[in-house]
Design a protein around this ligand. Structure first.
Ligand code: T5A
Ligand code: NA
Length: 210
């Protein structure tokens, strides 16, 4: 399924990893880097807690509401689907989008609860495929040491260990695995190089796919 032509388009850059691996730190820094270069870029995150679906997710994550595992899984996916057409038009108009968590989080976290892997993947089919996935790899014990978990539903060491295993079963050719225990500045440099190359490839006509 490809929908791109030869028009110069933006890149879809996704950051993934366990809770506290440094995604928000690195995605904002990448965004600033691209702005500094004069390249049109936006910073997105999932869950997008600003929509009505996102508010249901947020309430679930903060333990203010209960939902069964399948229902919350589909809400996370719906939260990506409701932003899909906007994402596509931004990319086609040349804007690079840096996304803090995407479908991989959806599958990794739900399958870590014991839901069937293929069932978890199904609702993600048809969403736009990232041009590059920056996986910030961190041992769960190290992540837990970072400022302590804030009490959201999934911020438990044992669960994060399962999530890490699920992520390991998910990686594909679009992934770059980065050691997230390095100093912030070192990680920044590595990510900048990777993203710069990815933007160039998209500019040269790489198609947008699902
Ligand atoms: N989820 C999400 C699903 O189950 N399904 C889905 O489909 C999706 C999209 C919320 C939860 O939802 C789940 C996954 C999550 O459990 P979230 O709102 O993105 O997702 O929350 P978190 O990922 O938990 O965000 P965090 O803020 O906890 O982690 P980040 O963004 O990875 O880390 P960051 O940058 O805030 O850094 C954490 C701390 O570490 C320090 C920072 O200063 C900060 O104090 N730090 C470093 N320290 C040392 N060295 C470095 N290199 C460091 N980088 C950052
Ligand atoms: Na975050």
């Amino acid at each position: 399924n490809s929908s791109g032509g030869n028009d110069s388009r933006g890149a879809l850059v996704v950051l993934e990893g366990l809770d506290r691996c440094g995604k928000t730190t690195q995605s904002s820094s990448l965004h600033k880097y691209l702005e500094g270069l004069g390249h049109p870029a936006e910073l997105w995150r999932f869950p997008d807690r600003t929509t009505s679906v996102g508010q249901m997710i947020s309430s679930y994550l903060s333990n203010q509401s209960q939902l069964d595992d399948c229902t919350i899984h589909l809400l996370f996916s719906a939260n990506r689907w409701e932003k899909r057409s906007l994402m596509e038009s931004k990319l086609k108009s040349g804007t690079t989008i840096i996304v803090d968590r995407y479908s991989y989080s959806g599958v990794a976290f739900s399958s870590a609860k014991g839901l069937d892997f293929d069932w978890c993947k199904a609702p993600e089919n048809g969403l736009l495929a990232p041009d590059v996935v920056l996986y910030l790899d961190i041992p769960p014990e190290k992540a837990a040491e970072r400022g302590g978990y804030g009490g959201e539903r999934y911020e438990q060491l044992e669960f994060q260990m399962k999530v890490r295993q699920s992520y390991q079963a998910l990686h594909d050719a679009s992934w770059k695995i980065i050691d997230a225990c390095q100093p912030v500045k070192d990680i920044e440099k590595q990510l900048q190089e990777i993203v710069f190359k990815s933007i160039e490839t998209c500019r040269k006509g790489k198609s947008l796919t699902c």
